[in-house]
Ligand binder design. Structure first.
Ligand code: SAM
Length: 297
């Protein structure tokens, strides 16, 4: 059969026993904080709504704790782990499941689009992970921007990052990450998780966030790249006006007059701040500037 019954890994005693058996040493540079709370593991699996026909990619399986829960619920799991010292451990802890493949690779170098194509016939996959916090944003944004076919990403992140992903215009956590995540996905907070659910304990609170990937973006723009450049320019200069953010960004190459004209054409005041605008306004600005650049050529 493809699984053995609970109890699996996921409590402190079993985790410590595995770590001691293999003399495993945590590597800070890999953001290793392993889950040791079965309730949290159940919550992540429930939030991800894993079904028998799902193809799940887990980023950073560690010693395979969450992987066991996923393998129990999913059709197939592919776990991508950077730390070669964990590979023999995973071979051991996952030996009772025949629907798990472990790939030793840096997730940032793996072509997940090709993997989904090969292993799941190009159908959308589900991502589930207790992410290494040092590269949360590059991982999440990389997968969204590369348009990997995904139904959802259910990931443990720093609590502050989860708040930023969900934030609405005008709130203190709102920023470029909020706009970028919400362009590609709808975020839902599934659980807050305190440091004592991990070994070793992180210095920060954590949260499980589910990003439901959109089939179509919520706004249309003729120039997605320019829209995100404008967003970055707006938030590089937080608490400054959008006008200053736009004209001080050398990469955009806008004069003060041009920036004023673009704002006015989009019905925005010269004193407006970038942190009060939503995707629609950024899309309108990008379209205006883009058309204008095209007409200059
Ligand atoms: N999933 C395990 C758990 O919940 O107990 C471990 C989670 S731990 C927070 C993050 C895991 O990601 C570690 O196993 C770490 O070695 C791995 N990792 C770190 N950077 C990675 C990368 N660039 N690519 C793949 N795995 C990575």
């Amino acid at each position: 059969m493809k699984y053995k019954e609970k109890p699996w890994l996921g409590d402190p005693q079993k985790t410590i026993a595995v770590l001691q058996k293999y003399g495993f040493r945590f590597q800070k540079k890999f953001g290793q904080n392993f889950l040791i709370d079965p309730h949290v593991l159940d919550k992540i699996t429930a939030a991800a709504e894993i079904r028998e026909d799902d193809f799940v990619v887990e980023i950073g399986p560690g010693i395979g704790t969450l992987t066991q829960y996923l393998a129990h619920a999913a059709g197939e799991v592919c776990a991508v782990e950077i730390d070669r010292n964990l590979i023999p451990i995973l071979e051991d802890t996952l030996s009772a499941w025949d629907n798990v493949t472990v790939i030793r690779e840096d997730i940032l170098n793996l072509d997940l689009k090709a993997l989904a194509e090969k292993k799941n016939q190009g159908k959308p996959i589900k991502i589930v992970a207790n992410l290494p916090y040092y590269i949360t944003t590059p991982i999440v944004m990389g997968l969204l921007e590369k348009k990997v076919p995904m139904k959802s990403m259910t990931v443990m992140v720093q609590k502050e990052v989860a708040q930023r992903m969900q934030a609405a215009p005008g709130s203190k956590d709102y920023g470029a990450l909020s706009l970028a995540v919400q362009y590609y996905a709808e975020p839902y907070l599934a659980a807050n998780v305190p440091p004592n659910c991990f070994i070793p304990r992180p210095n920060v609170g954590s949260a499980v966030i589910r990003l439901n990937c959109r089939e179509h973006p919520p706004v249309r723009t003729e120039n997605e790249t320019l829209m995100f450049r404008l967003i970055r320019a707006a938030f590089n200069q937080r608490r400054k006006t959008l006008l200053n953010g736009l004209r001080n960004d050398g990469g955009l190459g806008l004069t003060r007059e041009q920036a004023e004209e673009a704002l006015s054409a989009c019905g925005l005041s010269e004193t407006v701040r970038g942190e009060t605008l939503g995707l629609e306004e950024y899309a309108a600005l990008a379209d205006y500037i883009s058309r204008w650049e095209t007409s200059k050529k």
